[in-house]
Design a protein around this ligand. Structure first.
Ligand code: DC
Length: 224
């Protein structure tokens, strides 16, 4: 069986990570959470006071950043220079910063190259914003996962409440709207739905239904 690539793109909190992790576990393939890579860069920039507007500082930082993914008990953990940062990067502050660093051309070039390298010798599922459009335009299956913004805010609120019980629905909704705006309007690699991607609206679908639909699509295309 040849290696294959599954691209999952879509706005924040549409359920991309859950879907991708579940598919990766079921099929025994590698999951690359590209959003976590931009979040790792964001964390590094914050912790090391990197000046985003200084090209030399940005390059120096990228040279020092190692990002690795490891599967621990069927969950993918993200490591930045050896430290497990999986929990640390799931805050709205890091989300906003990730959105900013992901708009820097040099950061994108570097991350895209790393994503392509990670997928060189294996079957992989990647989730992000530009996977089907830029990173792997020839992916075997491109899914565009979306859901109404109110539903996405509700889901994100549940996740964030675990860390911050005081966070409100309105705050989360506003942040997601801001992030959507940034993702769609950024000059390089904006979030777009490619013509050959399959749109799945998850607003009223159970998680399991989404996973089964993707498996069905893979079989339909003889990928599985
Ligand atoms: O999916 P996420 O919320 O973890 O992504 C964090 C930020 O990184 C988000 O604002 C969009 C950006 N991103 C990107 O520009 N390209 C990707 N392939 C993945 C994420």
């Amino acid at each position: 069986m040849n290696n294959y690539i599954i691209a999952v793109d879509g706005p924040s909190a549409a359920g991309k990570s859950f879907l991708s992790e579940e598919i990766a576990n079921r099929l025994g393939i590698i999951y690359i959470d590209t959003g976590a890579m931009y979040r790792a860069v964001a964390l590094y920039f914050i912790e090391n006071n990197v000046d985003m507007n200084n090209d030399n500082d940005v390059q120096k930082a990228l040279d020092e950043i190692t990002i690795k993914f490891k599967r621990i008990n069927n969950k993918i953990h993200t490591f930045l220079n050896g430290e497990d940062i999986s929990l640390k990067i799931r805050t709205e502050q890091i989300g906003m910063m990730a959105s900013k660093v992901s708009a820097i051309k040099r950061v994108r070039e570097e991350m895209i190259e790393r994503q392509r390298n990670l997928a060189k010798d294996d079957s992989v599922i990647l989730d992000g914003r530009d996977i089907g459009s830029v990173v792997f335009p020839n992916a075997n299956l491109k899914v565009f996962l979306t859901a109404d913004v109110e539903e996405r805010a509700k889901r994100r609120l549940q996740d964030l409440k675990i860390k911050n019980p005081r966070i409100t629905y309105d705050e989360v909704l506003n942040d997601i709207k801001k992030r959507d705006n940034k993702d769609i309007n950024k000059p390089i690699s904006p979030l777009i739905e490619t013509e050959d991607s399959i749109r799945i609206d998850t607003t009223s679908l159970a998680k399991e239904e989404v996973v089964n639909e993707v498996i069905r699509l893979l079989k339909e295309r003889d990928v599985l």
